[in-house]
Design a protein around this ligand. Structure first.
Ligand SMILES: Cc1cc2nc3c(=O)[nH]c(=O)nc-3n(C[C@H](O)[C@H](O)[C@H](O)COP(=O)(O)O)c2cc1C
Length: 328
């Protein structure tokens, strides 16, 4: 396993990502996945709104953007899987290189920009899944959509995925789609939330809706938006997305690392957001994500108010064995 991860690290991050996930898929097809990655941890289920999360650890959005790897990720033992972010139209994202590893700091900077195959493709993948655990679908807007069209994008995705989603997460916090984070301000989130609330009613979607937040907003902004999340009867928040603040990252070159930072250096900031939300809106469900890399940082998320936790970057650095490490 160590050799495999070291070899993958010699490739470009996006190539390594694709090879690793396709290898998992192949192992799953050959029914060998649990021979390589036996999951021998205890599952203690968590129940929310009629959903049974087999355990409290999930894979965060962005790893499987198009729903191509749901069954193999499910076989590794995650308690829930979130796919996306998906947009109405397929889009290729920003130009490469756009993912950067900082191995010694267990960090990643990415500026992918919602590269995805579009919502119709994802729905077909989701329909074909065999995985029976909790599946969240994360929705966003196309890069070229502006004004009302941007809200319409969320609604189109919502309508298309709602028959198949155990929960829907609304991503207003990617730093790589210009202007997306402006949905944290009242004049922008009110029309979006209103449209989502109406669509939830018209689609009779009674499963949870979570709003995924940025760790880079002011406290007052977070207090205002989380109060609205509660008043619109949405179910909770995902805290957090990546940060654009890089003061915690040690960089030795002058290369352009604009984009969102994830992994270990994000832990403190995402925990601060999580705790702020928890203190202000204790009854909202919180999914804690950002910087979890060992048992201690995993447990810390629950102390800060999370009921569920997700990982992304530590899965890239440690592979599937991180699941056992966190859940033991
Ligand atoms: C390469 C990469 C791509 C990501 N893509 C998405 C995405 O499409 N949608 C989203 O909501 N979050 C995305 N994220 C953010 C993660 O879901 C997560 O919130 C963030 O990485 C913090 O968790 P971590 O420190 O465990 O990685 C992405 C993160 C990375 C590293």
């Amino acid at each position: 396993m160590k050799v495999l991860l070291a070899t993958l690290r010699m490739l470009s991050p996006e190539t390594a990502h694709s090879i690793a996930l396709n290898s998992l898929k192949l192992l799953h097809k050959l029914k060998l996945i649990n021979l390589f990655f036996p999951y021998k941890f205890s599952n203690s289920p968590f129940y929310f709104k009629g959903l049974e999360f087999k355990n409290r650890l999930g894979i965060a959005a962005g790893l499987d953007k198009n729903g191509d790897f749901i069954d193999s990720l499910g076989a590794l033992g995650f308690g829930f899987i979130e796919v996306g972010t998906i947009t109405p139209k397929p889009q290729s994202g920003n130009s490469k290189p756009r993912v950067f590893r900082f191995t010694d700091q267990e960090a990643i900077v990415n500026r992918l920009g919602f590269n995805n195959k579009g919502v119709d493709y994802l729905v077909e993948r989701v329909k074909k899944r065999k995985y029976s655990g909790v599946l969240g679908i994360n929705i966003g807007a196309n890069k070229d959509s502006k004004g009302q069209k941007r809200i319409d994008d969320y609604i189109e995705c919502f309508q298309k995925v709602s028959p198949f989603a155990d929960y829907i997460s609304v991503n207003i916090s990617s730093p790589n789609t210009p202007g997306l984070r402006s949905f944290h301000s009242k004049e922008n989130f009110l029309p979006l939330f209103e449209a989502i609330k109406n669509t939830r009613e018209s689609e009779r979607f009674y499963n949870p809706i979570f709003i995924k937040l940025s760790p880079d907003e002011e406290q007052d902004t977070i207090i205002e938006i989380t109060e609205a999340i509660k008043n619109f009867n949405f179910d909770g928040v995902i805290a957090s997305n990546t940060t654009v603040e890089k003061s915690n990252l040690i960089v030795s070159t002058t290369a352009n690392y604009s984009g969102g930072l994830s992994g270990k250096p994000l832990l403190k900031k995402s925990n601060a957001l999580l705790n702020l939300v928890h203190l202000n809106e204790p009854e909202l469900l919180k999914i804690g994500v950002g910087g979890v890399h060992n048992k201690e940082s995993f447990d810390m998320k629950f102390e800060k108010g999370a009921s569920l936790v997700q990982i992304y970057t530590s899965f890239i650095y440690h592979g599937p064995k991180i699941i056992k490490k966190l859940l033991k």
